[in-house]
Structure formats: C-alpha cells, structure tokens
Design a protein around this ligand. Sequence first.
Ligand code: SF4
Length: 406
Amino acid sequence: MGGPDGGSRAGGPLRTSSRSRLGTAAGFDLAPILLFWETTRACGLACRHCRAEAIARPLPGQLSTAEGLRLIEDLRRFAPRRPVLIFTGGDPFMREDLWELSARARAAGLPIGFAPSVTPRLTVEAARRMRAEGARTVSISLDGADALTHEGVRGVPGHFAETERAVRMLVREGLNVQVNTTVMRGNVEQLADIAALVASWGAHIWEVFFLIKVGRGTALDELTPKENEDVVHVLYEASRYGFIVRTVEAPFFRRVVAERRALADEVDPAARFGLGSLYRRLVDRLRAVLGPPGESRAQSVGTRDGKGILFVAHDGDVFPAGFLPVRLGNVREDDIVELYRRHPLLRAIRSASFSGRCGRCEFADTCGGSRSRAYATTGDPLGEDPACAHRPEAGSLPEADLGRGP
Ligand code: SF4
C-alpha cells in the first residue's frame, strides 16, 4: 500500500486493525486513558484564548480537599487500567492542597501529570516535588517562537523567557516535559521555529491544540480546513526530529499519520496530498532549522473527547472533554466510573456513531473528528468536524473549495 495511486486512503485494513488494537485491547469502553481534573479556575495569567483576566481566588463551588480525595479514590475503580490523572486548571499550583492530593493519587496507584502555569510558583522545589510524586509528564504552554507572539497570547511581559527557563529547568530536573502550543493564524507561520525550540529546550512531547470557537477563542482567527491539512502534515514532519508529536482537537492528524506512514519514500507528500504553500514554507523552514529528518514519532492512539478522555471541572461537573460543554453529571452525586461507561453520549462517541462526513468516513474510528468542534459549530456533538479537509465520499484529496490557502 502506498504511492500516488496505491490506495493510502483506502480505509478497510487500517480501520480493522485500529479497532482491534486500540478500541478493544485498550479498553476504551471501560476506562479512560487520561482524566483531566481542573483542580481550580484560579490562575495568575490572562491568556487570550482562555479568559480576559487573571483569577486570584478559587471560584465558588470548587471541589474541596475531601471531595478531591474522594474523586481520587473513585478513580481507583477504573479497570483494566487506572487513568493518568492530570492536575490541570487554571493553575493547579494555586491549590494549597495540591501535594496532599497528588500524594493520595500516588498512594492509590494512579499515574499522574501536572499542567501548571509558568508563574513564580513553578520553582525547582516544585519540580522536585512533582518528580518525587512520580509525575509522568509536566506540560507547559508555548504559543509563539518569540516573545512578542507568545506574550501577545499569554498577556504577561517577560513570560517567553520565563517559559524557556521553566522548560529547561523541568528537563534538568528529570521530568518528562510536554510543550503545548495552540495553533492560530497569529503563530502558524512560526510553527517550524516553535518545533525547533521544543527540540533545543530538550522537551519530550509537543502537543498542538487546534482552536475551538468558544469563549475568547472566538476572537482568534481559526485556520481554514486546507490550512489545517497543511499544518497536520507539517506536524508529521516535525515528529521526525526526536520528540513525540500529538494533537488536541485535531484527531484528523491520525488520518494523516496513517496516510504518511503508508506513503513510499520516493513520493512527494505535497504532490500526493495536494498540499499548499503553507506546508512547503513550513517544511522548508523545519529542514533549515533542524536539518535532515529521522523516523516519525507521531502519536496515533485513537482517543477522542469521551473515548479515552474525560474531564472533571473545578466544581465536579463531568464533561467528555474540556472544550465540549455537554454536562454528563457531577462527581458529587454520580459514580464517575458508571458515567464514563454508560452515558449514552459517550457510548455513541466511542462507537463512532457520527453524522455528516465523519459518519461516512473510513477513518471514523481512528479519528472521528473533534467532538468539541462539531458541537461548537453545529450544536450536535455527534456531527461532523468542519475543520477537516477530508471528503470521504470523494475518496480524494482536499479540494480547493474547502478553504483558501495562504
Ligand atoms: S471526515 Fe471526520 S472522521 Fe474523517 S478524517 Fe475528517 S475529521 Fe476524521
């Protein structure tokens, strides 16, 4: 399989093997891989795509220490695996009881990760404590390759240098560091240079988030589907430089990973997939700053909102993901294990019961589209993801009418 006419888009074999390897064996119907707990909304930053102002104190209704400890105990009941519990926010370091919670998670045998904001609270001592607690990953946001762009998003002068210092410090302290980047019109041309920073700072994972039009994210210019297609192919190329690359709210990256892995070496991907000038510019830049590529480390585990992923908000409300505001229940009154396993929406998401292009797509199981974006755009969490350029009914390449390239 592979080559210009070799059927790399043919979905049958890919879909079958993906189902058995990822869907059943990984037990997505029984337990999530990742559970994000928004421990608090409090945060010292005021990022453009998050909120207008910093929030100094917890909002009313935040889960108490006792409720948090109970949630951790409840998560122990997930089987065949316990999910990785990600302490996120807001800034989880704004919770005075964070170490008590993480110690309980460790005692409960839950793998953990942290998603702190880069503030003076992120100290060497905090890094050592996270390591001592057995943190699997620590994720840090970087939204530009230079101070002007990054600080334009983060709203704090000097934050770019602080972010570099934080990433390097965490790497030095032996933590597995993930750099998170939100791709938007204002930084898309910098993606190759951001990838170069990820590599030179020694980070292990680059996670690239694609905007969902909710809240302040609305004001930030989304990319067209055709540009998204260029970008996910660029991300595949970036994954050839020693760090893992994955996406958030762009599961069609996995379609592209499958397509690229099936492509013969001598075939030009830009020609094969009809990619635009954005792709060519960014790949040229990648080669210029990082040199010849190696093997891809693109991550292609078939999770999506509600399938392998679950989100608990600061007040205990449970959602399929942080950007999918369909409330499933609340940990104060519902059994989180039962919610994950039995909620009709999550079951429909996991069985790929979608409408529109995602419903007809040969990649429905491995990809399935962003459920958050489908909901934000159509009001239907099972609708199609409008950010994807793939046209399953055509079985062909992204077409020019799907969006303007630069
Ligand atoms: S049409 Fe939907 S399921 Fe198919 S690749 Fe695009 S986003 Fe994924």
